[in-house]
Design a protein around this ligand. Sequence first.
Ligand code: CNA
Length: 391
Amino acid sequence: ILAYQPDPELMQYYRNTLVNFGLMKFLKDFVPERITKIDLCRLVLNLGYPKESISNQRFLTTKQVAGILVSLILNDPQVNQSQSYSDFAAYHHPTSDYTIPKLLSDLTSAKKIMVISGAGISTSLGIPDFRSFKGLYAQLEHLNLKDPQKVFDMGAFQKDPSIFYSIAHLVLPPEGRFSMLHSFIKLLQDKGKLLRNYTQNIDNLESRVGIHPDKLIQCHGSFGSASCLTCSNRFAGHKIFEHIRHQHVPRCSTCWKTIQEAVIIHGVIKPDITFFGEDLPKKFYRLLEPDCQTCDLVIVVGTSLKVEPVSSIIDKIPRSVPRVLINKDPIPDRDFDLSLIGLCDDVVCHLTRELGASWDIPHPNFVPSTEFTVTPHELYSKSYNIVKKET
Ligand code: CNA
């Protein structure tokens, strides 16, 4: 947003309205209830206020940016300050007293749920995530990389694909299995409630559980297919699984035959996963904006929300839409209405048990009689620990 160039015509129009009609008229006309954080930032810039006033917007909530906008206007010498100003911030934060019972009721009534998922939904299957204590990055210490993310860097891959192929087996999906959380997303789809699943995962288990391609955005691609970097031929992903398991670099037979002294990258097949330095699938950009405007509940699950642009999706969603985090670790610097802290399979098991038999998750590990303890989080507000009771 900080690269955004204000539009001079819009600036003139906004300032005229503000100066001639005052703050309340301006807010009523240009700050609808479903405004997003990004739109608020643009508004600040299009009013001619300095970029510095929102330079740390990444760490601010929508409500805080709204507060900045209002305070800039209230301190603007050109604006007539005599009008009264009602509780604008509260108006833009209707979900401030969100609770677990409210979430249960929203799950029943919602029709367009957006699920933003990450590596944590597959860890119960033995696939490590990236950033946890025993995650993949911790397991890469032996490679002595300055930054473990380099393993997934396109530049590094082109220099030496064998580094990626020495660790790719660690994130290869297990045969024929998916987690209870995958089945929960499928349940939302079967109930006609899933607007879209934006997954950062590359294990393709959403497809395996039966999430329809129309309902799924694999933001970082997946192991479901692979392509030759030289001739762009596409292969079914499983064709290179044996190579991956044996830590061999797979090569395209067509290209490999045509060259005597091959350069290191010639004919190398790469899984169609998005490396750092590569663009996200077009479908992501095509559907994101409309989805953000239409969703009626957001569930963020099993992700540290560290990787852009997925981590900013929630900033594009109107603040009036409830947003819930289900994660092993809290994410206190992001603005959630409710954080359910625990193993995601346990959390959805608890929620669906509360919702009754019609919400039984179709997964072999789902035991409706399992009991859970729910306690307020010791450090963070609007956060609850959900833990399976010992039997
Ligand atoms: P991350 O940064 O490693 O974060 C994972 C998050 O999940 C952490 O906050 C954990 O606390 C949480 N978590 C771990 N286990 C559980 C659990 N059982 N229940 C609830 N929460 C849990 O990973 P992100 O997904 O945020 O980062 C995005 C990267 C990870 C994407 O580029 C992926 O491609 C990449 N990745 C994918 C896979 C996979 O496809 N399974 C595996 C490893 C990494």
